[in-house]
Design a protein around this ligand. Structure first.
Ligand SMILES: *Cc1c(COP(=O)(O)O)cnc(C)c1O
Length: 365
């Protein structure tokens, strides 16, 4: 058998459509900075998610920082974040001088555990950042978080970076339960603009604040009058060209990601060393194939020898050198030891997936 090319754990997917959009823009000429195509991209994202407003920014980390500023977080405020997430979630508020407080996640969904969140609230707590891990909603129900935050006077910010194409059981798109929701278009995400982020909200007030914050706090379009402090977190038309082309592929990708997950589920069935996290495919889009495995490092080495990439899932954040705070978080700690992402790119063929599953089966037999 000919040696097959390396299958990466993830890779972005751009094609002729992106190239054509960029070429069309270059032929028209423009200033490259955000303008009509960016507005169009925002409109399409708002329509897709059902949000009243969408504001794009340069990535899915500063988007969270802007969301934190827009809801009024101040230095020293405590923000509850999951101990299992991409480190950008806590870093985004650390940048403002807020204090991220790490709370463990539910074993089934890897989303914040509502009971533990309630126990972690102090008089200094001002916000909860809920991450819909791999498109999943917390099992406790998003309504529990909305009620808790309302009752305790906390802002609910949703880090939905991994959740484009995923909805809550009540039909709302992820990102729309909190005051503000955030998406990322970094290279590995469901759709990508290389770098990029988007904020969604149904609040006119929040949307206006976000637009000002990302444009130097300008009081009006194009002038140099500033009644508040803002920054520069703007997008570019080139990214919007790519984003618009990617949006045309989103519906297909959502279905493909679901098919990929189903095929892995069938292919890995009955192997005692591997467990997929359950995923409700009627409403969610598995961004990555996340699993718990035994003998993780050996399995990774064995897959790599067969030209298959994989990647350990996020380590528990409180144990990362960057934070290093004590705490007992058994679920995120277990994921740190046993969590493994299998190849998850939308470009995977059924044949690729069958080969990966067969290699995993051989490893455990
Ligand atoms: C990717 C990701 C981010 C960061 O987004 P960038 O666009 O890379 O800054 C934040 N949070 C979560 C949960 C992510 O998966």
């Amino acid at each position: 058998m000919a040696e097959r090319p390396f299958i990466p754990q993830m890779e972005p997917w751009f094609g002729l459509e992106e190239k054509a959009e960029i070429n069309r823009y270059l032929d028209e000429g423009g200033w490259f900075t955000e303008f009509k195509r960016t507005s169009q991209f925002e409109r399409e994202l708002a329509e897709y998610t059902g949000a009243k407003h969408c504001v794009v920014v340069n990535n899915g980390t500063v988007s969270l920082t802007l969301a934190a500023l827009a809801v009024g977080l101040q230095p020293g405020d405590e923000v509850i974040v999951p101990n299992y997430t991409m480190i950008a979630t806590p870093n985004s508020v650390k940048m403002l001088g807020c204090v991220p407080v790490f709370v463990d996640v539910e074993p089934e969904t890897l989303c914040l555990d509502a009971a533990l969140v309630e126990g972690a609230i102090t008089p200094r707590t001002k916000a909860v950042m809920l991450v819909s891990a791999n498109g999943r909603a917390p099992r406790a129900g998003i309504a529990v978080f909305e009620r808790l935050c309302r009752e305790r006077g906390l802002a609910l910010i949703e880090d939905a970076a991994q959740s484009l194409g995923s909805r809550f059981p009540d039909g709302r798109h992820c990102g729309l339960a909190g005051e503000i929701g955030s998406f990322s278009f970094s290279a590995p995400k469901v759709i990508s603009t290389g770098q990029g982020g988007a904020l969604v909200t149904n609040s006119d007030v929040m949307a206006a604040r976000l637009r000002k914050l990302k444009d130097f706090g300008r009081a009006g379009g194009g002038n140099d009058l500033h009644d508040s402090v803002g920054y520069n977190f703007k997008f570019t038309e080139l990214q919007a060209c790519v984003g618009l082309a990617q949006m045309k592929k989103l519906a297909w990708r959502v279905e493909r990601k679901r098919d990929i997950w189903r095929r892995y589920q069938q292919g890995l069935a009955g192997i005692p060393g591997v467990a997929l996290f359950a995923q409700d495919l009627a409403i969610t889009t598995p961004w990555f194939i996340d699993t718990l495995v035994t003998r993780r490092e050996e399995l990774m080495a064995s897959l790599k020898a067969g030209n298959v990439g994989s990647r350990p899932m996020y380590p528990p954040i409180n144990r990362q050198q960057a934070y290093h705070v004590s705490g007992d978080h058994p679920v995120s700690e277990r994921v740190g030891r046993e969590g493994l992402w299998l190849p998850s790119a939308a470009q995977l063929s059924d044949n690729d997936i069958d080969g990966i599953c067969a290699a995993i089966r051989r490893f455990y037999e």
